[in-house]
Design a protein around this ligand. Structure first.
Ligand code: SF4
Length: 347
């Protein structure tokens, strides 16, 4: 625990004044309301700040309080999340809002341990909310923070390992500055996002430069070290854009698994040739294939290689719902993997 202590110890002293002068004006930094900070932290997981701002503003307008989110229709929550991906985040957000609103009488948990009991709240989010909103000395260790620390300390342990994260979190916790815990958490995040960036760190303007081992050795991008990536599984799918009387067939996905419960265009595994696709859609009495398109969508562990057929049909048959292009754009929550076919539909 004593190794690199001087480097860790220098962090608050150097980072806090730098943050005071360089913090970006972001909508979730206007106050320290735990509901607003929590929503922002969940949205920011796996998603860039620039992409989140619009979603965050729309979400807060629709659900300004934890009670408003707890009482909302799930379909509206998912619609406002559309395009952000990782939809279980939105579902868990609402589940946790219900716990806070109905079981905890609207009072947010204020410690790392109690925050961790909320659905969808992991070590990072609990650390962020506890420090930013309640001034607890709890580190929020995400990819940004791991990058800064492993570079500063030339730490070659793979950051994918829990042991690495837990050790770094414990060492950070030991130097959290009393009375400025929230600013320290945000300063670390800001340094990782704006200065100690993955490919071209701006060491010349970094307040930690004098304490950085990777910089001294000119090995900045050698850190962080990651375990070898697993190859993504490739799945071929055929997607049916069935059109009857200006309406398109959609159906719900299974309640479990990938994109659980969201809307989709009918689809099946493998790449069907045009004649097999017509046969597959026979219940809708297909007339002709108007268009054939290819699309790729990448999930965390899988890559979908999709062939889409735009097929005119005579019957708006069950079990599908049939919706206009406008309804699909504005009313239905179509995940990006299927939304990318909307531009192929005719209005
Ligand atoms: S000196 Fe460079 S590598 Fe080191 S923490 Fe600063 S930006 Fe990152």
């Amino acid at each position: 625990m004593t190794e690199n202590f001087e480097i860790y110890n220098a962090l608050p002293q150097r980072l806090l004044p730098w943050y005071g002068e360089n913090a970006r004006d972001l909508p979730w930094r206007h106050d320290r309301d735990p509901y607003r900070v929590w929503v922002s932290e969940i949205m920011l997981q796996q998603t860039r700040v620039e992409a989140v701002i619009g979603y965050y503003d729309r979400f807060m307008k629709a659900f300004p309080t934890v009670m408003a989110l707890a009482e909302a229709e799930e379909a509206q929550v998912l619609k406002l999340w559309e395009g952000l991906g990782y939809y279980s985040r939105a579902r868990n957000l609402q589940k946790a809002a219900k716990v806070v609103a109905f079981e905890l009488h609207g009072v947010f948990p204020d410690t790392e341990e109690t925050l961790l009991k909320l659905p969808g709240v992991g070590a990072y989010t609990a650390g962020a909310v506890a420090s930013i909103c309640f001034e607890r000395p709890t580190a929020a260790v995400d990819g940004n923070v791991l990058r800064i620390i492993t570079r500063m300390t030339a730490d070659a342990r793979p950051i994918d390992l829990n042991a690495t994260k837990q050790d770094i979190a414990a060492r950070l916790k030991a130097v959290y500055p009393e009375g400025a815990c929230g600013d320290f958490t945000q300063a670390l995040m800001e340094l990782g996002a704006c200065v100690c960036t993955p490919k071209s760190p701006k060491c010349e303007s970094c307040p930690m430069q004098a304490h950085c081992k990777a910089h001294a050795e000119k090995k900045e991008t050698a850190f962080p070290v990651k375990l070898p990536k697993k190859e993504k599984r490739v799945e071929e799918r055929t997607v049916f854009l069935l059109c009857a009387d200006g309406r398109y067939a959609v159906c719900r996905r299974e309640e479990e698994g990938l994109l659980a419960g969201l809307w989709q265009f009918p689809n099946c595994p493998d790449t069907l040739c045009a004649s097999d696709a017509v046969l597959w859609a026979k219940d809708a009495q297909p007339r002709e294939i108007i268009k054939e398109v290819r699309r790729t969508h990448i999930f965390t562990h899988i890559r979908w290689e999709m062939t889409g057929y735009l097929l005119t049909c005579d019957t708006a048959c069950a079990p599908y719902m049939w919706a206009t292009k406008e309804e699909l754009e504005n009313k239905y929550m179509l995940p990006t993997a299927f939304r990318m076919f909307l531009s192929d539909l005719e209005a």
